[in-house]
Ligand binder design. Structure first.
Ligand code: NAD
Length: 331
């Protein structure tokens, strides 16, 4: 996509939206990478802000300590209830920034400008905010909606390949639960993903699926649970790696979770054996995944038993079958 063209559309539109509003101050939150790669594009688009705070990149920043730093900074800058926070980053910045804004002075307005593929199709949509706590993913959080969202694929030009893969995993998840046609397209395109041109439709379709689901069920009472497909096992794997201080991306963990939960779907007779094999082969061929040692299986299951979606100690997972449809609250 032509750089100037996108700057002329999404970000510029946001610049004019922002100039029409009367916020008392505008504070941008980034991580150190998005400060380097994405903030200059925001400035180039003429988006005005008063101050900028940057946190270290990565999941390790989704902590109460970092929230304290952010809140302290906002307090020093005298952000009042009429201020606006602009979260410019991947899912870590949108989750943490949304959470901090939703609590600060009992809630101030915020905008998400997702800069990773994963945040564009998933994390920045739906109003879930949160941080990790005591080695548990997203244990503390809130539901809070941004007042505006800007999805500009221009940011993907600097996103590392491993992070593109993380986003592709969520696109895959959305296809598997709700759009067989998108799954067929993904199967055809294989591992190739050109973020600059042809795959804009993947991003739009995947984002649209999540938007539609959360519109129908904003507080995850019902069909929103389908979006957890791959995540019960995925989060457990991520927690074990986090505890062992071994790096794994959220996408890698969820990709492994998708394999595990597709297998479960097939075992339950919901998904055909052929579709399970297609999914497994697609995941293994498209994503660079770490090997999980058998010795950690028991800990993964242990984490699954503590999943926050469980009820009375029973694991409740979202499964699929046939591709394009889902089953929630499966024991
Ligand atoms: P991330 O925010 O850590 O971003 C991944 C890496 O890419 C980071 O190093 C970041 O600095 C870098 N980066 C981001 N944009 C860049 C750009 N344009 N150019 C160069 N580098 C860039 O991780 P993520 O994968 O975006 O998000 C994962 C997080 O999202 C997890 O914490 C997960 O729990 C959360 N999540 C939340 C929801 C939700 O509904 N709230 C849904 C899915 C995931």
């Amino acid at each position: 996509m032509d750089q100037q063209n996108t700057l002329d559309t999404e970000l510029k539109e946001f610049a004019s939206w922002l100039s029409s509003k009367n916020y008392s101050s505008r504070s941008i939150l980034t991580d150190h990478n998005t400060a380097k790669f994405c903030l200059p594009l925001v400035e180039k688009a003429g988006i005005c802000f008063d101050h900028h705070y940057s946190i270290p990149p990565g999941e390790a920043s989704k902590t109460l300590d970092i929230c304290r730093d952010v809140w302290r900074y906002w307090q020093q800058k005298n952000l009042d209830r009429h201020a606006l926070v602009i979260n410019l980053g991947g899912g870590v910045v949108t989750d943490l920034g949304g959470f901090c804004a939703s609590c600060f002075k009992r809630g101030i307005a915020f905008v998400h400008i997702p800069t990773s593929l994963l945040a564009m199709v998933d994390a920045a949509i739906g109003g879930k905010t949160g941080i990790d706590f005591a080695h548990h993913k997203n244990l503390i959080g809130s539901f809070a909606q941004p007042v505006h969202m800007v999805r500009d694929l221009l940011f993907l030009d600097t996103l590392p390949k491993s992070e593109i893969q993380s986003g592709m995993v969520e696109i895959l998840k959305h296809a598997l639960i709700a759009d067989e046609g998108l799954w067929t397209q993904l199967l055809k395109s294989g591992a190739a993903f050109d973020q600059r041109t042809s795959d804009i439709t993947f991003v739009q379709k995947a984002a649209h699926i999540k938007e539609q689901i959360v519109k129908l069920d904003p507080y995850e009472k019902n069909i929103r649970k389908a979006l957890n497909f791959g995540h019960t096992v995925g989060h457990a794997i991520e927690s074990v790696f986090l505890e062992d201080q071994v790096p794994i991306t959220h996408g890698q963990a969820v990709a492994l979770g998708i394999i595990a939960e597709s297998w479960l779907s097939s075992e339950r007779g919901l998904l055909s054996h052929l579709q399970w094999l297609e999914i497994k082969n697609y995941v293994l061929s498209c994503f660079d995944l770490p090997v999980i040692d058998r010795s950690v299986f028991a800990r993964i299951i242990q984490y699954c038993t503590k999943d926050k979606k469980n009820k009375n100690g029973t694991i409740l997972a979202a499964l699929i079958g046939p591709v394009g449809s889902y089953h929630i609250d499966m024991q």
